[in-house]
Design a protein around this ligand. Structure first.
Ligand code: DQA
Length: 145
């Protein structure tokens, strides 16, 4: 079992980016925790981050033959990208949408997700913990298929 972890726009700045909203963990901290949980659960993960929408689309297309599912925090692409929704809907692999904050409790433009309607599930609002919950959720989803 191999899961792709995708971090989208501006997530490399975690730790110094609006810590009151996103927490003080850096992306490296989150990836470290994900690797530790993956090892505990006996699954492989690979991690990809880009601020470029096109690079994420290219990555998904290239990674799909070797992965079983995707855990993705698209950042602001959540609220803007039909192309990302189409890519995720087209790869025939379940994915979980993850957010550190709870977009539903923030500005109105964050309330629309183009991805959520085609996701296996959404985990939001638990800061770094969201990723760990999402990995467990995705694995539970995959094991019942
Ligand atoms: C985010 C929420 C998005 O609205 C925002 O644009 C981000 C981060 C989150 O993890 O809470 O960049 O995806």
């Amino acid at each position: 079992m191999r899961i792709a972890i995708v971090h989208g726009a501006n997530l490399r700045m975690l730790g110094r980016r609006e810590p009151e909203v996103y927490g003080s963990d850096t992306l490296e901290d989150i990836n470290r925790r994900l690797h530790a949980l993956a090892e505990e659960l006996g699954v492989e993960i690979e991690v990809f981050q880009s601020n470029s929408e096109g690079a994420i689309l290219d990555y998904l297309e290239e990674a799909v033959p070797r992965i079983d599912g995707v855990l993705i925090n698209p950042g602001a692409f959540t609220h803007t990208s039909v192309a990302l929704r189409d890519a995720l809907a087209g790869i025939d692999r379940p994915f979980v949408e993850v957010h550190l904050s709870n977009p539903a409790a923030r500005e109105s433009f964050r309330r629309r997700s183009y991805l959520a309607p085609v996701a296996a599930g959404v985990v939001a609002g638990f800061r770094a913990e969201s990723y760990l919950l999402a990995l467990r959720g995705l694995l539970a989803h995959l094991s019942r298929d």
